[in-house]
Design a binder for this molecule. Structure first.
Ligand code: ASP
Length: 332
């Protein structure tokens, strides 16, 4: 009989590793307390899917995600993905910032083997905890040959999402994760792993993991905003600003004035949309009002920030070259 595939689990914490004294509560618990060995022991079915081994990379609530952990995670992914008989890697993570970590890994990793993030909306001690099945499904996907070459994947609630597209869209439901604009790539139903299509865009060469991370912040456009936040950030030396703009990238005139000054001071300004779906129109760079405010295309503000962070870290000159920066967002 042939050997089962070898799958490595990198555990980082989150609600999937959460515990509560009250199994009837899904909302009151401590995230990131249960060790990965205990999580694996709760899913005996894993033994018939893969030869699983685990590494506790961190134990954090992902609301507190930091760049140093992203760098560590990237290094562990790089290490394991070139070990001779590793078929795939699963990362257990909190749901709060999962879409940002997934985007970071998508943009920085070559992924010679499948890299699959999973999480849970309910703690491990909860009635109807969703973590065990999500973990089993993630291992099934990581071990599946069809998952190769699909970039970083996210598996929750029996769905397989592309890292670039997936977002958390509900505070507590187990089907909190959705993919905009085209839906998930596929699904898992027991042993059946079906990946129906390739990710929408995945042709970009990996960007380096930064040694030094530039300051890149997110601000929003809404009724009667002040310019105090933009001015304060520029004064503090911010290198990039992502605007959670209204509608199709519309920015309040007060902010436009402040942001023009920011651009003049050498800050990269990228317009995303606060709507949650759709593509921010890319104006010609000569546009008198927002030509120098790059469009994030269809990336939400959080994902756009990840790309801007990595882009400015690699090439600070992009801040004064909106045409080239726009090209990066258009092709990412
Ligand atoms: N705060 C938790 C985390 O992101 C939430 C979760 O995992 O569902 O780590």
């Amino acid at each position: 009989m042939s050997q089962l595939p070898r799958v490595v689990i990198l555990a980082t914490g989150g609600t999937i590793a959460g515990a509560s004294a009250n199994p009837a509560s899904s909302a009151r618990y401590q995230a990131a307390t249960v060790p990965v060995t205990t999580l694996l022991a709760a899913v005996p079915a894993l033994q018939s899917v893969a030869r699983v081994e685990a590494e506790q990379v961190a134990q954090v609530d992902s609301k507190d995600m930091v760049f140093s952990l992203w760098s560590t995670l990237a290094a562990r992914v790089q290490y394991w993905s070139v070990q001779p008989d590793v078929a795939g890697i699963v990362i257990t993570h909190g749901t709060d910032t999962l879409e940002e970590t997934a985007m970071f890994l998508q943009l920085t990793q070559a992924c010679p083997v499948p890299v699959v993030l999973t999480a849970a909306m309910r703690p491990s001690t909860s009635l109807s905890a969703d973590g065990p099945l999500n973990l089993l499904d993630a291992v099934r996907v990581a071990a599946h040959p069809d998952a190769c070459g699909k970039g970083v994947l996210v598996v929750l609630n029996q769905q397989i999402h592309a890292a670039r597209d997936v977002v958390k869209a509900h505070t507590s439901a187990v089907d909190a994760f959705v993919s905009v604009p085209c839906g998930p790539l596929g699904f898992v139903q027991d042993e059946l792993v079906r990946i129906a299509r390739a990710p929408v865009r995945s042709g970009m060469a990996p960007l380096p993991v930064p040694q030094h991370w530039p300051d890149v912040e997110i601000i929003a456009s809404y009724a009667q905003p002040g310019r105090i936040v933009v001015d304060a950030l520029v004064g503090a030396g911010v290198r990039g600003l992502v605007i959670a703009a209204a509608g199709n990238g519309s920015v309040h005139e007060t902010l436009v004035a402040a942001l023009r000054d920011a651009v003049a001071a050498g800050v990269a300004v990228v317009r995303s949309s606060r709507t949650g779906a759709g593509h921010v129109a890319i104006p010609p760079v000569v546009d008198p009002v927002c030509g120098t405010f790059v469009s994030a295309a269809d990336l939400n503000p959080y994902k756009a920030r990840v790309l801007l962070l990595l882009a400015l870290a690699q090439d600070p000159g992009l801040a004064s070259d909106p045409e080239r920066l726009q090209g990066l967002f258009a092709s990412s």
